[in-house]
Design a protein around this ligand. Structure first.
Ligand code: NAP
Length: 338
């Protein structure tokens, strides 16, 4: 253990796709706990698509990241020094201290974790924010019914892979798109998707025709992680009274000029009498304990599987972030720090 706290901050607001020079490495003093305080050593950091929005310097539903300040975000770690009897040495905790080796806390900004229930990294994935996004975003917004067809864009990611499995648990046909053949195999062979395709291999990007083949009765539940052209293709295949959960629009996050719309999609909503609803997972915060309990039960029963893609070393966090945006991650992208 050193007396330094290595942290990573923005050096500039990225324009277009982020690059190495948008990030800077800081050597801060390692914090010392005062009365009632403790120091947490980071074990895992999560990198998530929403962080791209916070890098733009413009406020959306959360404040932008500040240049020169350690980048905040989900992290889990262990108490290594303590003056707080409620947080003894070795206690595992979850918090939002982000891209740095150490965090000083008095206990109000962290949540205790029990490593006997599940590996603590799952608090950043399947039993954390992405898992709750899949659970509540699909069940509460798509309101799925057995026998229906669910289509998931960005299907092999941290959120998408879980949505498809929940669809199967609820008795739906699950179909999805992902960006590599390896991901398509993972969806069908490990996640139990009924069908999936590699959207990068469809000639002339005629995704609508592919979806029509795989969803012959139309799409009743569309869980959208991607937006843009993919969403246009799904709209061409909506079943009457379809429900659309607008979870994310990752195809748009790195564009220098946002695409305009919707146009014909509006008309489709009308003609199909469909409902589209955006959501931010924090809306369901009060219900998270119930979601975590159900998901943990499904994992124990072998009905739900998850994959983590772990890169080693805090210094590689920007790299992990960029590889996730490029689609090089297989499962939840994490960084192992210690
Ligand atoms: P993830 O899917 O694990 O990783 C991002 C994936 O997006 C990449 O692996 C890549 O997969 C895909 N991607 C990147 N650029 C793309 C493009 N231009 N077109 C199509 N796919 C592209 O990330 P996640 O954490 O599960 O997040 C998935 C979505 O959910 C994101 O849009 C995120 O913003 C959203 N989200 C929303 C909430 C909420 O509260 N509403 C909460 C969490 C996440 P491919 O190889 O398949 O291209």
């Amino acid at each position: 253990m050193t007396d330094k706290n290595h942290a990573i901050a923005l050096a500039a607001h990225p324009v277009g796709f982020p690059k190495d020079s948008d990030f800077q490495h800081l050597q801060l003093p390692k914090p010392t706990p005062g009365a009632g305080q403790f120091v947490v050593r980071t074990k895992f950091i999560t990198v998530d698509p929403y962080m791209r929005g916070r890098m733009t310097g413009v406020r959306s539903y959360v404040d932008p990241f500040q240049i020169g300040q350690p980048i905040p975000g989900g992290a889990v770690g262990e108490v290594v020094e303590t003056n707080n009897a409620d947080f003894p040495k070795g206690q595992a905790v979850l918090g939002m201290w982000g891209w740095q080796d150490y965090h000083l806390s008095n206990g109000t900004d962290v949540q205790k974790l029990d490593p006997r229930l599940a590996p603590i990294s799952t608090a950043l994935g399947i039993l954390g924010m992405p898992g709750m996004t899949a659970y509540f975003g699909f069940l509460n917004i798509c309101t799925p019914k057995a026998g229906e067809t669910a289509y998931i864009s960005g299907a092999a990611g941290a959120v998408g892979a879980i949505v498809g499995q929940i669809a199967k648990i609820k008795g739906l046909r699950a179909v999805g798109s992902a960006g590599s053949d390896e991901k398509v195999e993972y969806l069908i062979n490990e996640c139990g998707y009924d069908a999936a395709f590699n959207y990068k291999h469809v000639p002339t990007k005629d995704w609508a025709a592919e979806i029509r083949k795989l969803c012959p009765k139309g799409v009743d539940c569309y869980f959208d992680n991607v937006g843009g052209d993919m969403t246009d293709a799904v709209f061409a295949n909506l079943a009457p009274f379809a429900r659309i959960s607008i979870c994310g629009v990752i195809s748009q996050y790195n564009l220098e000029k946002p695409e305009m719309g919707p146009r014909s999609t509006y008309m489709t909503l009308l003609v199909k009498q469909a409902r589209a609803e955006g959501f931010i997972v924090s809306r369901f915060m009060q219900q998270w304990p119930e979601g975590i309990k159900q998901m943990a039960t499904w994992i124990k029963e072998g009905k739900l599987k998850y994959k983590e893609d772990v890169l080693d070393g805090l210094e590689n966090t920007p790299k992990a972030f960029m590889r996730m945006l490029k689609g090089e991650n297989m499962g939840k992208q994490l960084v192992k720090v210690s």
